[in-house]
Write a protein that binds this ligand. Structure first.
Ligand code: BES
Ligand code: MN
Ligand code: ZN
Length: 512
């Protein structure tokens, strides 16, 4: 991955291929552009006319806009890249961390093929340096594992690699707080990028077994205890939900338990991820147009995996247990049918009315299993419903919970780390739509409020008295549109930052 270093060198004298600076629209009332703090030396090399030069080139300062300018003689770096920051903050205000994160991401995306770039964006506090580092490392992401061009020596113009080296200016390399923040940004971005890789890996290669093997290897590397239940163990244990969903596939299901523990931890957080390595819908087959991106249906498990590894790398003073509920949802002669009744790990029976509502079935077993260990809180993450995408769009995940204060905390944490989310209710009256004439509950209810219905289903499998939240990331997990800010096309790593911050807050004793 991209290397990251801090430097106290002046922007003018630093040797790099490109210097990144920020440019913004003048705050209310003002006219024209302003160069953001951090780039004073660069502006001086332009005789104080960098804003004018950029204006002449058509720059507007809009978020994400990038403008390249050849450097004047006073700068060592041959090129200046100005990235838009939107409207400049009023006097005494500063750019938000998320504005800086996105700008750094946009700049990094514009620098594919560049070796070394120095970022001279505004750093007023540790959080700013951290956000810029995160944005740059997340923006410099590419998934090329399946592109053969260029690898056999053939010249190929499309194989420009991501930015190789990021130098952060304005941070204090010898300051402990800065050092820690940069270390955190590096671990977090690396693990988010690993989650993206998992999501982008095609489902013929990322089977439940393959995912479990990757988790096992990463666990070993990072001092995480990993246990894998294969189909035999799942049968013995009575995991009817996971087995039912996996029954139509030639690639058998797995339940993975990842346990990061700290000797001085006082709290335990359990994270549960939906890991459908491919969702065809099963016998309730999805029509063409709805299944092309369904390799993304393991994004929840990828996020949980990334969060546990990050917690371990950062040695957080909290126990974090991750549960990956892995199965492939396929139609076949052995697949679960609409009308079948499954006996779940909890002992409850579920009538499967729609085999495409499979996520709640695998999660139910994992939630029950996670509850047995009586954690202080459980958070599950899942690309669970199309209804949540209809409600909140492609960039915002929904948060449901059995505890209002906890839901609010998760929402605030997401906001703080720059992930868009919104609290959603679990209206009790929607439960009766899942009444089954045959079993304890059906896996489908009313169509209206489908995301909430799914949440209500999950709630029934959470252990009595355990605080629980459910993140439906069906919208933001996979970006089918163009890249923006630090978000690439394809797998995004949605919710990892929220989960890691939640673990940190739990470690600090700030929650419950
Ligand atoms: N994996 C899908 C949900 C999904 C939709 C994720 C779009 C990402 C993008 C899930 O398993 C599913 O198929 N849900 C059904 C539930 C319905 C049958 C009750 C849905 O939302 O249509
Ligand atoms: Mn489905
Ligand atoms: Zn699914």
């Amino acid at each position: 991955m991209t290397a990251l270093t801090l430097s106290t060198a002046g922007a003018a004298t630093l040797r790099a291929d490109v210097l990144v600076v920020g440019v913004a629209k003048s705050p209310q009332g003002g006219k024209g552009l302003v160069v953001a703090p951090g780039a004073e030396a660069v502006d001086a090399a332009f005789d104080g006319k960098l804003a004018t030069v950029l204006e002449t080139l058509g720059a507007s300062g809009a978020e994400g806009e990038v403008t390249k300018v050849p450097s004047p003689s006073g700068l060592k770096a041959p090129v200046v890249l100005a990235v838009g920051l939107g409207t400049a903050p009023e006097k005494d205000d500063t750019y938000t961390a998320e504005t800086l994160r996105r700008a750094a991401g946009s700049a990094a995306r514009a620098l594919f093929g560049t070796k070394k770039a120095a970022f001279a964006l505004p750093v007023e506090a540790v959080e700013d340096a951290e956000a810029i580092a995160e944005g740059a490392l997340l923006g410099a992401y590419a998934f090329t594992a399946y592109q053969t061009a260029g690898k056999d020596g053939k010249a190929d113009k499309d194989t420009k690699g991501p930015l190789a080296e990021v130098i952060l200016l304005g941070a204090k390399p010898r300051d402990k707080a800065y050092k820690a923040a940069i270390e955190r940004a590096l671990a977090l971005a690396e693990e988010i990028n690993r989650a993206r890789d998992l999501v982008n890996t095609p489902p013929n290669d990322l089977t439940p077994e393959a995912f479990a093997a990757i988790a096992t290897a990463a666990g070993k590397e990072n001092g995480i205890k990993v246990q894998v239940l294969d189909e035999k163990a799942l049968t013995k244990g009575g995991y009817g939900g996971i087995l039912g969903v996996g029954s139509g596939s030639a690639n058998p299901p797995r339940l993975v338990r990842l346990a990061y523990t700290h000797p001085k931890a006082e709290k335990t957080l359990a994270l549960v991820g939906k890991g459908i390595t491919y969702d065809s819908g099963g016998i309730s087959l999805k029509p063409a147009g709805h299944n092309e991106t369904m390799k993304c249906d393991m994004s929840g498990a990828a996020a949980v995996f990334a969060a546990v590894v990050t917690a371990a790398r950062l040695r957080l003073r909290v126990n974090v247990t991750g549960w990956l509920a892995l199965a492939e949802n396929m139609p076949s002669g052995s697949a679960v049918r609409p009308g079948d009744v499954l006996r779940m790990y909890s002992g409850k029976t579920v009538e499967v009315l729609n085999t495409d509502a499979e996520g709640r079935l695998v999660l139910a077993d994992a939630l029950t299993r996670a509850s047995e260990e009586n954690p202080d809180a459980i958070v599950d993450v899942a690309t669970l419903t199309g209804a949540m995408v209809l409600a909140l769009g492609n960039r915002t995940f929904g948060i449901m919970a059995n505890d209002d204060a906890f839901r609010t905390s998760v929402h605030e944490i997401a906001e703080e780390v720059g992930e868009q989310s919104w609290p959603m209710p679990l209206p009790a009256e929607l439960r009766k739509g899942m009444d089954s004439p045959t079993a304890d509950i059906a896996n489908m209810g009313e169509r209206m409020g489908g995301g909430l219905v799914a949440g209500l289903f999950l709630k029934e499998f959470v252990g009595e008295g355990i605080t629980w939240a459910h993140l439906d990331i069906a919208g933001p997990a996979f970006n089918e549109g163009g890249p923006f800010g630090y978000t690439p096309k394809g797998g995004t790593g949605s919710s990892v930052r929220t989960l890691v911050k939640l673990a940190e807050r739990t470690a600090a004793g700030d929650l419950g």
